[in-house]
Structure formats: structure tokens, C-alpha cells
Design a protein around this ligand. Structure first.
Ligand code: APR
Length: 318
């Protein structure tokens, strides 16, 4: 049986890590595409030459031709500029929407059966554009943001409580920007509410709330924190890992429940917009959007985030 094929569009910082992770996990044969001549070929040659050390039996190749993505099962898109210190993700919309249009056309014309996971920013707008241009069914076009935003929230909670990240469960909803909604009420350590553990630690509900608020704010600004420290470019290891979790869920039909930027059809009161929500990811792509009750405060935060997404998407005049 043929191995699955994964096409990576954009061979920059995230694209390179994606290629290496696909190889290390033997998810399938990898094709790395970029418009820069020789660079994707060089990066993939470097990765492929580690195969005898890392023991993987998949091929990893680079290309400047969309023809080589033919037959891809999953396409992960990172083409586009990253932000610089002081920029918001939304500042990238002009330049990255031109890039995304050409990328979506390339995918539509060469890998018409693929599932697409978009990482390029501003995420919610870029996924929307990608789905419009490809015309693919919404279950096959999704964005990676929530897995990473949630991972950051989980990491901060684990570090604060001194417990393994593996036992922390927490999720963010909404757009991939300053208005994202880390869900405090559902954050738990193996089912035990994080707020209860913080109260135990600090002996005061007020202090627990203060610590949680700081973690929520850090989560919302976490991408910018990395941008500022790097000085040149944005996070790339963690976005790559997050997209790989989504690709693996699809390729292995895992039915994982992952926060995904998906096209909503009335869920959470949102119709016709891509927003981050928990979804079942499996062989059918976004197989199910999981809706659950938000309290009034959470719904207000979600509405605020959706309003920001609508404004951003509206500015593209699609
Ligand atoms: N087609 C394909 N690739 C392109 C195109 C295009 N039209 N235009 C630019 N690229 C490539 C660049 O040549 C570069 O190699 O996209 C790659 C982007 O890589 P980086 O600049 O290293 O950016 P990266 O850190 O990987 O982030 C990519 O993901 O998280 C988001 O905000 C981030 O939008 C950014 C994207």
C-alpha cells in the first residue's frame, strides 16, 4: 500500500520543522514547496540525509513546482510573512492574502482531494480565503490556532501548579488574536478544576483569580511574547507540532477532539464564519463540531472574539 503524502506549502521556519516532524513520525512521504529556488530542495536534502540516523523510511523532497504536490492527502500551508516585533497578526493581511490566493489556486489545481490545514496569519482570514478560492468542502479546509493557543494555556497552568503537562486539560475558543477565549471554567488537572487547585495553593479565592487572570492574559499574548524575544520572525516549533497533531488525527482517523478553526453553521451562535471551536478530526477531516453550553460571561467573550474575526474577514471584501 502506498504511503500517505503530505505537501507543505511554505518552506520557511515552520515548514522546515513540519517536514522534519513528518519524517520523524513517519506520517508519510513529504513534499516541501516554496517559491524560493533551491531552498526547499536544500532543506529536505538535509532532513533526508538524517534518515539513517533517525531511522525513518519516508521520502522527503523539495520543489518549486505545484505539480509535485499531486496526490497529496494532507496539505499544510505556512506560506506568507511572519510578523515582526510590534506587529499584530492582522497587520499581515494585505501581503498574506495575495500569497494565500496563489497558494489556494495551486492546491485546487494540483491536489483537489486534499485536506488543508492553514497556519499562515492572520489565521481566521487566511483559512476563509483558502476555502473560498479552493471551493473545497469546509470539512476539508481548517486552520491551526487553537491547538497551539490551548497548549500554551496548558503549559502555563502546568508550570504554575508544578504538575505534568500531560495531566492538564484546557482549551481556548474563538479567533487567533488578542480576543481569543481561554476557557477557565473547563480547565482541569485530570478533571480537578484548576481554580480549586489554585485556591488550595494560595489559600484565597482572590489570589487564585489573580493568578489565573495573569495566565489567561499571557496565553492571549503568547505569540507576541515569542516574537519579541526572537526579534526576527515568529514562533515556529510549537505551531509545527500543533499542525502535526491535526494532520496525524486525519491521516490515522484518530477522532481526536482538537480545537480547530472550522466553518461554523450556527454553532455557538455563529453562521458562515471560521472560528476556533472543538472539533472531531478524523478521516473525514472536520467530522463534527462539538457545541457545548457557555455561561453568559464566556458567551460575551466569544461574541467579542467573533466580532473581531468578522471585521477582519470583512476587510478582505471576498
Ligand atoms: N508561495 C509559497 N511560499 C511562499 C510564497 C508563495 N507565494 N510567498 C512566500 N512564501 C514562503 C517564503 O519564501 C518563506 O519560505 O513562505 C515561507 C514563510 O516562511 P517564514 O518567513 O520563515 O515564516 P514562518 O515562521 O514559517 O511563518 C509562516 O505562519 O504562523 C504563521 O505568522 C506566520 O504567516 C506566517 C506563517
Amino acid at each position: 500500500m502506498a504511503r500517505p503524502k503530505i505537501a507543505l506549502i511554505g518552506g520557511g521556519q515552520i515548514g522546515g520543522v513540519l517536514a522534519q516532524l513528518c519524517a520523524l513520525r513517519e506520517l508519510g512521504d513529504v513534499v516541501l514547496f516554496d517559491i524560493v529556488e533551491n531552498m526547499p530542495q536544500g532543506k529536505t536534502l538535509d532532513i533526508a540525509e538524517a534518515a539513517p540516523v533517525d531511522n525513518f523510511d519516508v521520502s522527503v523532497t523539495g520543489t518549486n513546482s505545484y505539480k509535485d504536490i499531486a496526490g497529496a492527502n494532507v496539505v499544510i500551508v505556512t506560506a506568507g510573512l511572519p510578523r515582526k516585533p510590534g506587529m499584530s497578526r492582522d497587520d499581515l493581511i494585505g501581503v498574506n492574502s495575495k500569497i494565500m490566493t496563489s497558494v489556494a489556486e495551486g492546491i485546487r489545481d494540483n491536489a483537489p482531494d486534499a485536506f488543508i490545514i492553514v497556519i499562515s496569519n492572520p489565521l481566521d482570514a487566511m483559512v476563509t480565503l483558502c476555502q473560498k478560492v479552493t471551493g473545497f468542502p469546509a470539512c476539508r479546509v481548517m486552520g491551526q490556532a487553537g491547538v497551539l493557543d490551548s497548549a500554551r494555556f496548558q503549559a502555563f497552568i502546568a508550570w504554575e501548579l508544578g504538575v505534568s503537562v500531560r495531566d492538564v486539560n484546557a482549551m481556548t475558543l474563538g479567533g487567533h488574536g488578542d480576543t481569543m477565549v481561554p476557557l477557565v471554567r473547563y480547565a482541569s488537572v485530570n478533571g480537578i478544576p484548576v481554580m480549586e487547585l489554585l485556591e488550595q495553593k494560595y489559600g484565597s479565592a482572590a489570589k487564585a483569580q489573580e493568578v489565573m487572570t495573569a495566565m489567561v492574559e499571557r496565553t492571549k499574548a503568547a505569540g507576541g511574547e515569542v516574537v519579541k524575544l526572537l526579534g526576527n520572525g515568529s514562533a515556529f516549533y510549537s505551531p509545527a507540532s500543533s499542525a502535526i497533531a491535526m494532520a496525524e488525527a486525519i491521516l490515522k482517523d484518530q477522532k481526536r477532539v482538537l480545537p480547530t478553526c472550522a466553518l461554523l453553521n450556527g454553532e455557538f451562535g455563529v453562521d458562515g464564519f471560521y472560528v476556533g471551536v472543538p472539533c472531531v478530526l478524523g478521516a473525514g477531516g472536520v467530522e463534527k463540531i462539538i457545541e457545548f453550553k457557555l455561561d453568559a460571561t464566556e458567551q460575551a467573550l466569544m461574541d467579542n472574539s467573533v466580532a473581531a474575526v468578522k471585521e477582519l474577514v470583512g476587510s478582505m471584501n471576498l
